[in-house]
Design a protein. Structure first.
Length: 438
């Protein structure tokens, strides 16, 4: 690492020069100004938290290609789909939006581009598919990162109605749904370090980004915790990585004591028959799953989910991200766990309706579409799943007699009520007849 020594810049021609720094590196001394120092700082920070942007994992490719969850339809973000003919009309829109990005900013377009260019070589090495990059020069790649980054930040700003005005909104609105879908694709990401260069220019924070995303995923916004981002030194790899980090409750769970998860044959309707009530969790995070056991009954809390075409795409890509990153090796797969639990509970359309009634599932997708979506998924259950399922199995094992009695009452409730009503009526008649005789 270079040793940095402060130095005073001499004045030339009576003019004040920029503050300079002598940098000793491998026996060579360089004189750099504060602008260069800032670029070096950005580059050093990037190297400390270098992300990797993967291709889609093979075990999810079948359903994802059939259901169209991999390839962007509207906009290319990053190099993997940059030259795709179907996406070329959006390239003009991205450049127009980039022009709007710099309206009213103190920092110039050229200065911002230089900052992006200073880390573009390292950003290039984040993409695991090197073959795609062979036909792209370093200058072309730097410009791509610059345009895509400015577009993405300005798009979020416009969606939040923080900047842009009516003219920009009219340009973006026709593409909103498509961009929402495409910006969360695993293969359609740019390194977060580029976002960190651009977001401060608009005073855009991580918490700002979470608000619309959480609303789309869960149908409402709970109190978004600022502590993980204000106090933790967390640096996501890219946008999809950040959203998944939030949904995983921003922390790793401790490893379960046993890696063996007992098989559990149940469903949403089956849980109701066991005396376990399904309730929506108050926390809007996929990791917020909890089984609370009472003396007679239990409650299974699950975070609510708005399931539509865009959300299905997001879910599959978050699950794919977990499968091809280091978190998968540590079994920290909160999204996979959540989807695995829902998949376990849905055997028939009746189960989907039960989850709707309990306010766990929302959205316009039909019961059949939801059932097919979850049945097609190939998931890797993680720690949250490994903790929850043994709890359900233990509940059923220890309360077999009570569950049998409750299931009989649950299944025959209408018949029992009818019999009791008839019995009550007969008792009333007999009492009336008896009173007439006496």
């Amino acid at each position: 690492m270079a040793d940095v020594v402060s130095a005073t810049a001499p004045a030339k021609g009576g003019q004040l020069q920029l503050p300079q720094t002598m940098v000793a590196h491998d026996g060579i001394e360089e004189v750099i100004n504060d602008g260069t120092k800032e670029r070096l700082s950005v580059e050093a920070h990037f190297l400390e938290s270098k992300p990797m942007i993967h291709r889609f994992p093979s075990n999810l490719q079948r359903i994802s290609r059939e259901r169209d969850y991999i390839v962007p339809r509207t906009v290319a973000i990053g190099p993997y789909y940059h030259g795709m003919p179907e996406l070329q009309p959006m390239e003009k829109v991205k450049r127009t939006v980039t022009n709007y990005f710099f309206e009213g900013l103190a920092q110039s377009r050229d200065a911002t581009y230089e900052k992006i260019k200073s880390i573009s070589r390292d950003a290039r090495s984040c993409y695991t598919d090197e073959d795609v990059l062979k036909g792209i020069t370093d200058d072309e790649f730097a410009e791509m990162m610059f345009i895509d980054g400015c577009f993405l930040v300005q798009f979020i700003e416009t969606m939040l109605q923080r900047s842009g005005g009516a003219s920009l909104t009219s340009i973006i609105n026709p593409h909103t749904k498509g961009v929402w879908r495409d910006m969360m694709l695993l293969e359609n990401q740019i390194p977060w370090a580029l976002m960190e260069v651009l977001m401060p220019l608009k005073s855009l924070t991580m918490e700002h980004i979470l608000v619309p995303v959480v609303t789309v995923l869960h149908g409402t916004v709970s109190d978004i915790p600022t502590e993980p981002f204000a106090k933790m030194d967390y640096k996501p790899g890219h946008l999809l990585c950040f959203i998944r980090f939030y949904e995983a409750a921003s922390k790793r769970l401790t490893r379960p004591s046993s890696s063996n998860v007992l098989p559990l044959d149940t469903s949403a309707v089956g849980l109701s028959e066991m005396g376990i009530k399904l309730e929506p969790s108050q926390k809007m995070q996929f990791s917020a799953m909890d089984l609370v056991k009472g003396p007679f009954f239990g409650k299974l809390f699950l975070p609510p989910l708005r399931l539509g075409a865009i959300i299905k795409c997001w879910l599959v890509n978050m699950a794919a991200f977990e499968m091809c990153t280091e978190t998968y090796l540590d079994h920290d797969c909160s999204v996979n766990s959540y989807l695995s639990v829902l998949s376990l509970l849905m055997n028939r359309e009746e189960d989907v309706r039960e989850l709707r009634v309990k306010r766990i599932l929302h959205g316009r997708s039909s019961d059949r579409q939801i059932l097919e979506f979850f049945n097609d998924l190939v998931l890797v259950p993680g720690q949250a799943y490994a903790r929850l399922i043994p709890g359900l199995a233990e509940y059923r094992q220890k309360r077999r007699v009570w569950i049998a009695i409750y299931r009989f009452l649950y299944k025959n409730a209408k018949t029992i009520v009818t019999i009791l009503s008839i019995t009550g009526l007969l008792v009333g008649i007999f009492k009336a007849l008896y009173s007439l005789k006496h």
